[in-house]
Ligand binder design. Structure first.
Ligand code: PGA
Length: 237
């Protein structure tokens, strides 16, 4: 059963969320579809029917950090997942040190983590692997006593594929995802699930589904449309 993570980013207003919920009503497979709306709308999702996560958490638990939202506040809104290290946050706010602290906080508070990794531009296989290896190590090294096969999932998102409509070919994707899984197994003795993210949509999902080792998808743009997400759900096995 593959996971389907719906990353709304900073899209949709209250009325759009209401329409969205009316459209997906009772049709979502709760055990494998996770919604990541903006913080003001986390409470709009009834947690009896939906799994909900945050797109980020603060690197600190409490205190004077204007504009941040703590893991405890987000837990009160009912999240069970969080995305950490999305490239759009790495670009403006987060470095490896903050990402490592956030993973620590999330896992210590029993919040499942979707850790995003991915290279900025198309690179050779060797360069891609060495870049990913470094992102994995920076996230894992200080948290290895907390990470297990159920509480952390990697989302491999080549940054050049996000929102661009261009995705890696199946052979490359298969090789990169195998590399990530094998590297984590060899270095940390963990079998970690790996999602693919970056321009996943109805017209490429059948092709992506041919890659057996993908454990699910992190979907941005296409997740904003309720009928698309329902069709994607029916195609993702
Ligand atoms: P996209 O976004 O599906 O719109 O490319 C994916 C993501 O950034 O998580």
């Amino acid at each position: 059963m593959k996971l389907i993570c719906c990353n709304f980013k900073m899209n949709l207003l209250k009325k759009d969320i209401e329409n969205y919920l009316n459209n997906i009503n009772n049709k979502i497979e709760k055990e494998r579809v996770i919604f990541f709306p903006s913080i003001p709308y986390i409470e709009s999702f009834n947690k009896e029917n939906y799994l909900v996560g945050s797109q980020n958490i603060s690197f600190n638990e409490f205190g004077s950090i204007t504009g941040d939202t703590s893991i405890h506040q987000l837990k009160e809104l009912g999240i069970t997942y969080t995305i950490i290290g999305h490239s759009e946050r790495r670009k403006y706010f987060d470095d490896d040190k903050y990402i490592s602290k956030k993973i620590n906080l999330a896992l210590n508070n029993n919040i499942k983590t979707i850790l995003c990794i991915g290279e900025l531009e198309k690179l050779s296989e060797e360069e891609t692997n060495s870049f990913l290896k470094s992102e994995i190590d920076q996230a894992f090294l200080d948290n290895i006593n907390l990470i297990n096969e159920n509480n952390l999932i990697i989302a491999y998102e080549p940054i050049w594929a996000i929102g661009s409509g261009v995705i890696p070919d199946n052979n490359c994707l298969n090789n990169t995802i195998s590399f990530i899984k094998n590297y984590i197994k060899e270095s940390y003795n963990l079998n970690i699930k790996v999602l693919y993210g970056g321009s996943v949509k109805l017209d490429n999902i059948d092709n992506l589904e041919k890659i057996n080792i993908i454990d699910g998808y992190l979907i941005g743009g296409a997740s904003l449309n309720p009928s698309d997400i329902l069709s994607l759900q029916s195609k993702i096995k």
